[in-house]
Ligand binder design. Structure first.
Ligand code: NAP
Length: 560
């Protein structure tokens, strides 16, 4: 049967180029750009309307979320005037169908009074340029998403900036609403090249407040996935120069719309909408393939009371989704209550628990019972994202680990791992013939307890190293080297210590019961410690510190 599509109570025949498979042609006809195109043509526009008689699909490119990326067609269309079709009055019908796009013009209001825009620089083959300065933009290739939702993703992927949909101003909606109502435009978008392409662009606008360091940090930053052919470099450009140096019509249109909308009072004066910059949550990959938030909220000493629940809810509100718990901390019931109360789905959290020494000593059945009890206490989902052996009880940890392996295979534990394991204990475990490699090892690490050899050893085996006591329980915050760097980077001493851990590729599990410290302990992505400053921090740990820690752990383990 021939291909066709429904159009005003009849079927329009579709042919396709011999180089195309029927399957590709069918996909093209069912694709969003194609269906959107003929439905737009279908609508009567005043006394005139477009009549489609036949379509030839010339090419189909498959890529992106919806499968069909670009479709090129040659359509036989005529204009119907006052109900009369003149078949010989053929309209130019070659169309490149690619769907709509969204662009986000960014204005960065810096604390030093300067105003910049953020452009992306990337090679563009269609115009033969290795460098093309453009407004961040993306294709609307996921029809289940809103325009703002797509813009939010683009901002994060292309610019590394976290935005909420409500922070984005839709300039096109403000400018074109009347034209849409009058039937001049099918959507509040502007077609940049209506002679050959179906694209309607939605122009959004974003204002952000930035510090001098944040602005500096964005300059020349590399974005995009190299292995997906995305070679994006961020460029920070004085906003007044954009119209002179950008090779992008989207920039010109955005500037024009901003100017007109402000003059007509449809937009507040420049800078009034600016909100502080938010950075994406740093993520790491576990050897199971799962993603883990690099910044964890430590639960040791969070009280098992209503006050403790409030603390955990404060941590959720501050953005924490990764919680480092343990049966030993005695607060798993309260952790569960708080997380359930937050209303955020279980899958958005990463919850770790640990088997305490008594169960590890008692054997496999006790370890299983301890996992079941912790799961029941938290009472939020049927699984833990990670479950660790809290301490390697000599002679018992291999059996305990093997029980965790079974629970992993049953799907109750999505990752299993270690805590306070030395290289020797890990080697004993591996040599005992385990089947599931540990995903992480948690140990005390901070700039004043820099365990380089341990970190290198486990990281090189694809085992994440999780730093506990990353703030040394507050004990090193007044060290001159740390306070000096805090002044240099205009951050707090705690942020210096935590950022050091982030740059070492560690999961950083800090604890605070003080709500105001939570956003502080998470604001680590707007600055980067230089290589030399990292070395200054590395040097804070002496050989004596390391020896004392190893001795302490040995004594502790032999007394278990
Ligand atoms: N696997 C293990 O054996 C093991 C052992 C120890 C810890 N851990 C895990 O690691 C987590 C963190 O370790 P930790 O709690 O021992 O120590 P930590 O995170 O290094 O330090 C916590 C202390 O630092 C203070 N603090 C937090 N943020 C601060 C800031 N911005 N400025 C000044 N002071 C700040 C907190 O005070 P306030 O609370 O008063 O704000 C608290 O007293 C634990 O909660 C636990 O989840 C695991």
């Amino acid at each position: 049967m021939g291909l066709s599509f429904p159009f005003r109570a009849r079927h329009v025949p579709v042919t396709f180029h011999p180089s195309l498979s029927r399957k590709a042609a069918e996909m093209a006809v069912a694709s969003e750009p194609f269906t959107t195109w003929y439905r737009r043509c279908e609508k009567p526009q005043g006394l005139q309307q477009i009549e489609i008689h036949s379509v030839e699909i010339q090419s189909v490119d498959l890529f992106g979320a919806r499968g069909v990326g670009f479709v090129k067609i040659n359509s036989h269309c005529t204009l119907v005037v006052d109900g009369e079709t003149h078949r010989e009055h053929r309209l130019p019908g070659i169309c490149f169908l690619r769907g709509s796009a969204v662009s986000i013009f960014v204005a960065l209001y810096c604390e030093d009074g300067s105003v910049h825009s953020l452009l992306v620089d990337q090679p563009r083959i269609p115009i033969g340029q290795v460098s093309c300065l453009e407004v961040p933009a993306g294709m609307v290739d996921d029809e289940t998403e809103t325009v703002a939702g797509i813009a939010v993703k683009e901002m994060e992927e292309e610019c590394g900036i976290v935005v909420t949909p409500s922070q984005l101003v839709d300039l096109t909606a403000l400018a074109c609403q009347e034209a849409v109502q009058a039937g001049h435009l099918p959507i509040a978008g502007i077609p940049p090249s209506p002679g050959g392409c179906d694209e309607f662009c939605r122009y959004l606008y974003l204002e952000k407040k930035v510090t001098v360091t944040e602005l500096q940090d964005m300059r020349g930053r590399l974005q995009g996935l190299r292995d997906h052919g995305e070679f994006i470099t961020l460029r920070v450009v004085p906003i007044a120069d954009v119209w002179k140096i950008s090779s992008d019509a989207k920039a010109m249109i955005s500037l024009f719309l901003l100017d007109r909308l402000r003059r007509e009072g449809k937009l507040p004066p420049a800078g009034e909408l600016a909100t502080p910059l938010l950075h994406p949550e740093p993520l790491l990959k576990l050897n199971t393939g799962a993603t883990i938030q690099q910044l964890a909220f430590g639960l040791y000493k969070v009280p098992a009371t209503e006050q403790g629940e409030e603390t955990i809810l404060d941590a959720v509100a501050a953005g924490y989704r990764h919680f480092d718990g343990a049966s030993f901390y005695g607060n798993e019931v309260h952790l569960g209550r708080a997380l359930r109360k937050s209303g955020i789905p279980r899958k958005e959290f990463f919850i770790t628990s640990k088997a305490w020494n008594d169960s590890v000593k008692e054997g496999r059945a006790a370890v299983r019972a301890s996992v079941e009890k912790s799961l029941a206490d938290v009472g939020f989902g049927y699984y833990f994202d990670a479950f660790l052996i809290h301490w390697p009880v000599p002679g018992c940890f291999v059996d305990a680990y093997k029980e965790l392996e079974d629970l992993y295979k049953e799907g109750r534990l999505r990752a299993i791992g270690l805590s306070n394991f030395s290289v020797e204990e890990y080697t004993t475990l591996v040599e005992s013939g385990i089947q599931v490699p540990p995903s992480m090892n948690q140990m005390e690490i901070s700039p004043v307890m820099y365990r380089k050899e341990m970190i290198d050893y486990f990281q090189s085996r694809d085992i994440l190293v999780c730093a506990y006591k990353p703030l040394n329980r507050g004990g090193a915050l007044d060290r001159p080297a740390i306070t000096k760097l805090a002044t240099k980077y205009a951050v707090s001493p705690a942020q210096i210590m935590l950022r050091w851990g982030v740059q070492k590729g560690l999961v950083v599990a800090a604890k605070t019961s003080t709500a105001s410290r939570m956003p502080e302990n998470r604001a680590l992505m707007h600055f980067q410690l230089s290589k030399d400053d990292m070395l200054i921090l590395d040097a804070l740990t002496t050989a004596e510190d390391l020896r004392k820690r190893v001795d302490h752990e040995l004594t502790r383990k032999t007394s278990l």
